[in-house]
Design a protein around this ligand. Sequence first.
Ligand code: ACO
Length: 340
Amino acid sequence: MTATLEHPRTVGTVLPVRIAGLGVGLPARIVTNDELAAELDTSDDWIRSRTGIAQRHVAAPHEATSDLAAAAGKAALADAGLGIEDVTTVLVATTSPDHRVPGTAPLVAAALGTEVSAFDVNAACSGFVTGLRVGGALAATGDGAVLVIGAETMTRIVDPEDRAVRVLFGDGAGAAVLVPDEHAHLGPFDLGSDGLDPSMLWCPDGGTRTPIAPTADGDPYLRMRGGDIYRHAVTRMVASSRAVLDTAGLGVDDVDLLVGHQANARILDAVVQRLGIDPDRSHVTVDVHANTSAASIPLALADARDRGRLKPGATVLLTAFGAGLTWASCLLTWDPEEDA
Ligand code: ACO
């Protein structure tokens, strides 16, 4: 008989690792809601009131996920004062890879000028926090820095005629350089998945289950049951956040900043309200970036840092939810002080 665990997920791991640098790669072109409304039966008012989104960055025709990822990675290394020679692993969290084969990370590593181990993590919107878990473990046990990048070109996998999905997404990349630091805390983590109904948010065809032949009909685009995703996103991010706080023996008042997956403002509001956290402590960038899937949390973290919202020693709670279903949350200490 298979045992059913009440919380079948990873908790408790606290890694002596800190984020030494952050960087972003955002396409130059910004598309407003009004521009989408010129092509689709939608409106700025509908999009803003349902999602909080005002605009999104959209990749140029010559830009793919690896280009945005490499730009973010390069910026993060410069921010950390490190060179590519200091990096032992390049990890790219993405659900919109350049190609089905190979992974995107080796292309990013090559663009950055290294032949170190490079691989993708596909946990959809939970990919960056999942990447922190994997990359953090590597940084804690290895002898160098690990580059964790969340990067997406979501506008390439949405159906341009599907207003219910297209308006939600944007393109971009955010990167973090992880380094070992005995004073730092990365964790606890809470990670999980529920793959019983992947059709809630998926690309139906084009994989090995239902390949698309060159002449056959098939649906390669991202499809979503929005109401179901909304409910699961709120429930899972709240439970997952509570799990890491409980494991750390902390309460919501100990959290200096919540950086949740920037899917939409209503989901973030509901998470904040149910957790009982002060809304002023939740950082929101969905208005300017829209939903950039695995890139949303590192983009928001970098924005929070640039706005002076990450003070040395701050306790930061990250929480994410995405297709799969997947979820991932963790705590981290920002810029840990030596006597902490
Ligand atoms: N513009 C105008 N009308 C629209 C649009 C649009 N862009 N999209 C859908 N509509 C219409 C629908 O067709 C529907 O019309 P009907 O009543 O005539 O059938 C009407 O608006 C209401 O549709 P609902 O889906 O009920 O709208 P709702 O208020 O639930 O909002 C939304 C939809 C925003 C997608 C909501 O379900 C939601 O927030 N879901 C979460 C999904 C999400 O954020 N996904 C992101 C990816 S997942 C992730 O990152 C975790």
